[in-house]
Design a protein around this ligand. Structure first.
Ligand SMILES: Cc1ncc(COP(=O)(O)O)c(C=O)c1O
Length: 383
């Protein structure tokens, strides 16, 4: 039985304390970030204990035990401020991705780097180019700065519209935000596609390639850091520890900048002690256990493909995915479908961007969770 909030709660009739404040109008008008539902809320609403949380693209396999060992070791000193420059972590990352440590900025999740880049590179009157459907913060952070955001829709076959992106890039927006692999859709830019976008970008545009799902890409796909470096355009590549490494709760991500000046200004735009002590230690331990991450990626990719074929059997065609999630059209209000799935204890994300309200995104869980997803969709969509 689904439980809903009590409609009997008395109305608050006090005047708002904020009535005479001057809000930043850009921030006050922001659309809400479409965050995945918590397990506690899903339990309260569904009355079910066993919740399959498939709404936030987390790693269903957890994280490397080396991370937990590091957090239990004497090196973890929560009473001390952590290094605001993340020196040790940046050194490790520099070796891992093959750049200079001075070109890397670490963030409280890669989402903080999206905010910092917006603060750093969007003076008043700026414009930003991105895609729709999109990772919400690629639009929200520029809007908070008062920037104009142009969004290019995906094609009918659920892929990037390269021609439209090229045309808009020629208008020289201040920042171009694009995730590849693409959240929420799933495909990734191949070498030729990335090349077309690089060639269309103006020298005054900061090309931000968000590779939060980099590790899930098919073998042979381009490494954005290498391709953009070779192209020599101003750029930042974002990577995250929240997905393949399973550290979403610790909050660590990083920006690999094309030069030290971009890194310096991006670092100036973040909060000083942004990456906490546990996150710095955990990320170093996670990078040191590549075997755990690679095995997790193999398992998740196999389960993702199995789930995609099971969905196909009940008439649901999910977009081809190079991530840890699937995106598909329910051909009805996806919020209603999500409600139906929640009644079975399953959290997914109903898309809310205009024109995509019939789409759902569900990340790959453990095999029984994926089976539950398919069975519940079958019930809800009457397949
Ligand atoms: C494309 C993309 N970029 C960035 C992020 C932010 O990741 P985090 O802040 O957890 O590193 C996400 C999270 O879902 C994402 O999907």
């Amino acid at each position: 039985m689904m439980r809903f909030p009590n409609p009997q709660k008395p109305m608050d009739t006090r005047p708002k304390s904020s009535a005479r404040l001057a809000f930043n109008p850009h921030v006050a008008a922001l659309p809400a970030y479409n965050a995945g539902m918590s397990v506690a809320k899903a339990r309260a609403l569904s009355g079910k204990d066993d919740i399959a949380r498939l709404g936030s693209n987390e790693n269903p396999l957890g994280c490397s035990p080396k991370v937990l060992e590091a957090l239990a070791s004497a090196a973890f000193e929560p009473w001390r401020y952590a290094d605001p420059a993340c020196t040790a972590l940046r050194e490790v990352l520099a070796g891992h991705v093959g750049v200079d440590a001075a070109e890397i900025v670490c963030g409280n999740g890669s989402e903080e780097m999206i905010a910092a880049l917006s603060r750093a590179f969007l003076p008043p009157g700026s414009s930003v180019l991105t895609v729709v459907p999109s990772f919400g913060l690629h639009e929200i952070e520029p809007l908070a700065l008062g920037a104009k955001v142009t969004k290019i829709a995906m094609t009918k076959d659920l892929d990037f519209d390269l021609a439209a992106l090229e045309a808009e890039l020629r208008k020289a927006p201040q920042i171009f935000f694009i995730s590849s692999p693409w959240n929420p859709v799933g495909p990734a830019l191949n070498g030729a596609a990335l090349d077309r976008l690089i060639k269309a970008a103006a020298p005054t545009t900061l090309f931000v390639l968000d590779e939060a799902y980099f590790e899930f890409m098919d073998p042979g796909m381009p490494n954005g850091i290498e391709v953009l470096r070779a192209a020599g355009i101003p750029h930042v590549v974002l990577r995250s520890f929240s997905k393949a490494y399973g550290l979403a709760g610790l909050r660590v991500g990083f920006a690999v900048c094309s030069d030290t000046e971009i890194a310096r200004v991006t670092a100036a735009a973040k909060t000083p002690f942004n990456v906490n002590a546990a996150a710095q230690l955990g990320a170093i331990a996670a990078i040191g256990d590549q075997a755990w991450m690679k095995n997790a990626v193999i398992e998740i990719r196999a389960e993702r493909d199995r789930t995609r074929s099971e969905l196909l059997k009940i008439g649901i065609t999910a977009a081809p995915s190079q991530t840890n999630f699937l995106f598909f059209d329910c051909r009805m209000d996806a919020a209603e479908v999500a409600k139906g799935l929640l009644a079975d204890g399953i959290i997914v994300k109903a898309w809310r961007e205009k024109g995509y309200e019939s789409f759902l995104r569900a990340n790959t869980g453990r095999p029984p969770e994926n089976d539950r997803l398919v069975a519940s969709l079958k019930r809800v969509l009457k397949r």
